[in-house]
Design a protein around this ligand. Sequence first.
Ligand SMILES: [Zn+2]
Length: 460
Amino acid sequence: MTSIAERPEGQKQEQGQHPGSAATEDTEQKFSQAMNMTEKYVLRCPDCGTIIPDHYTNVCPKGCTGLIRADYRKTTLDIQPLPGIFRFSDWLPLEGYLPSDAGPATYRSEAMARELGLSNLFISFSGYWPERGAHIESCSFKELEALPTTVRMKEKGNGILQISSAGNTGRAFCQVSAATGAPVVVVVPESAVGRLWTTAPTENVCLITVDGDYTDSIAFGNAVCSIPGIVAEGGARNVARRDGMGTVMLDGTVTAGRLPDHYFQAVGSGTGGIAAWEAAMRLKGDGRFGTRLPHLHLVQNEPFVPMTHAWQNNRREIIPETDMTDARHAVSQVYADVLTNREPPYAVRGGIYDALTATNGTMDGITNAEATEAEKRFVDAEEIDLDPAASVCVAALIKAVETGSVGKDDCILLNITGGGYRRVAEDKPQFLVEPLFGVKGDAVVDAVRRDIEGWVKNHA
Ligand SMILES: [Zn+2]
């Protein structure tokens, strides 16, 4: 197993003490104050304000529902001499790093900008395109989540990560597992199994397929976490995941030299939108990149657009009967099925509704025809292939230009969340990850419990 490297000499953070679980609240408070000065970061609950030491903690111990955030001691961002995403280590919840070149890669667009008549279009490409400095071999921005999450579990947690995925997230975690040897349990819909490949052989992936859709996989994945030794990765509640994705905003801003006026991303759970907002707030606090938060332009793929529907109706709550009519059918109709989370962190404190409100943002729906047309224009202009979700995002930008909701000279950051599949196939081998278990959509975990327990025993 590749060990997690320590930070270069002179950059290592001082270690504070972790409070014992029996500590009284007063003692905890004192520890917290001390930690705030010496630890690289602490976690903070947006509901009750409690400062929480990180033991791979994803929820407030007082039972609050808001998304806990990482508070970093450093309020200014220094680019570290580390590879890939870890150059943004100042604002990632980890101490060490992995020797991986995968990270966000932003460049100023010429061809697509000309095509759309834009003078300030920055494209952040999270995929494989070495000519642009993009080295994410799983071709998805989900690797920006998987890398820091794997490090965080190693440093602050104690268990094997479990991930439920429609394909891209699972592939990203398999890729990091292949590179580091860190064991991982991945649950995906049976139909997505072809998306689970890596560019190096995997020996420590427990892949479980579910005969159902993404939501069925999430349900079964949650059940798998009742097995001792397996820990839910945490989804939107995992600060490593959010701050990993937030590096796209950091990279885009550092490259442009300023916070963008507009940020575009296609969303399923919307976690990437929350991450962009949080990163933009940190950059605003830094003081060197401007004082105005970028407008978030988040987009979903019709006909499955629950957040778009709720937002456009000025509602904080998603009402399934209204916003997700015939969800299973709608999910089956979209071009980009990775955008089909049925329980997004929309209403929760610190979630999508708050992010859109704070940034005066928009939510839109894009049809399959608009997405495929946009994809063609992008591929012709920029000469790299796209993940379907990225095509949905490009379509949203095109629509915003046409309707005038962005100005021709506005500074725009387009988050291309995946691509380069054809490009990576030219350079790298691909190994399909073989499922260890397959279950029915309504299966109970007891059906495979003993087998999974055996796997955990061999890999813990
Ligand atoms: Zn709380």
